[in-house]
Write a protein that binds this ligand. Structure first.
Ligand SMILES: O=C(O)c1cc(=O)[nH]c(=O)n1[C@@H]1O[C@H](COP(=O)(O)O)[C@@H](O)[C@H]1O
Length: 239
């Protein structure tokens, strides 16, 4: 059971110091298979960090959350196919045409380069946004409706999966069954103090798994802990 859950855990290496990031990979390498490189680490270390993590026989989720006009996204994803990554992200709010270009670009380049393509994942509404934040930026739709709508457009355009908060899992699972991979960050248990915590729509690891997450992304609850392995196993044991 524990192993089944561990296979679904992605650890976010949100550091500007690559030594620190690689230290976490080393500590957790027997437990975790996928590590996430986000904007902070990618901008600080550059693409070479991908191979450094892959050389430890680990898979990379390159989370750049691309959001731009369709042509720019197409070219960026074509360039991204140079890297050997397991999964990458774009924003669903970029709209249908952008999602389509993203998907077409990644498939075309993988065929042209005869190379396995990464899973293409669309972020719906960031887990740091509360209902009030969403209303302020003009998303007046019911949050549930909005996430479902973004997920539906993503699926129609052939996107492999979506990122949402764990709170949205029950209705996403009901609607999409196994047709979309469901990925949820925003995992919290309150044991590690996170200064100025910015997550607003969160839940525990087990709850997210029971409610149908295919993958969960966990960062600071583990990476800021004095003993990251202990923190991971604590999360695994908690309801
Ligand atoms: O795409 C993501 O991974 C993502 C989407 C989202 O809506 N919210 C979110 O927190 N994330 C990422 O998930 C990780 C969460 O980190 P912690 O809040 O430290 O657990 C960060 O690396 C975020 O960039």
């Amino acid at each position: 059971m524990e192993n089944n859950i561990l296979n679904k855990v992605i650890v976010a290496l949100d550091f500007s110091d690559e030594t620190k990031a690689l230290e976490i990979v080393e500590i957790l390498k027997d437990d975790i298979n996928i590590f996430k490189i986000g904007l902070e680490l990618f901008i600080s270390s550059g693409p070479k960090i991908i191979e450094k993590i892959r050389s430890k026989n680990k898979q990379v989720f390159l989370d750049l959350k691309l959001h731009d006009i369709p042509n720019t996204i197409k070219k960026a994803l074509n360039a991204l196919m140079e890297y050997d990554i397991f999964m990458t992200t774009i924003h669903a709010l970029g709209g249908r045409k952008m999602l389509k270009e993203a998907r077409d670009s990644i498939i075309e380049s993988s065929e042209r380069k005869n190379k396995k393509r990464p899973l293409l994942i669309a972020v719906t509404l960031l887990t740091s946004l509360s209902t009030d934040d969403l209303v302020e930026i003009g998303i007046k739709e019911d949050l549930e409706e909005e996430v479902l709508n973004l997920a539906k457009i993503s699926k129609e355009e052939g996107i492999d999966g979506i990122v949402s908060s764990p709170l949205e899992l029950p209705y996403l699972k009901k609607e999409f069954k196994n047709e979309l991979l469901l990925i949820t960050p925003g995992i919290r248990n309150g044991t590690v103090h996170i200064p100025g915590d910015d997550q607003r729509r969160s839940s525990s690891l087990k709850k997210a798994i029971y409610q149908g997450a295919d993958y969960v992304v966990i960062g600071r609850q583990i990476t800021l802990a004095e003993d990251p392995k202990k923190a991971l196993y604590y999360l695994l044991g908690q309801e």
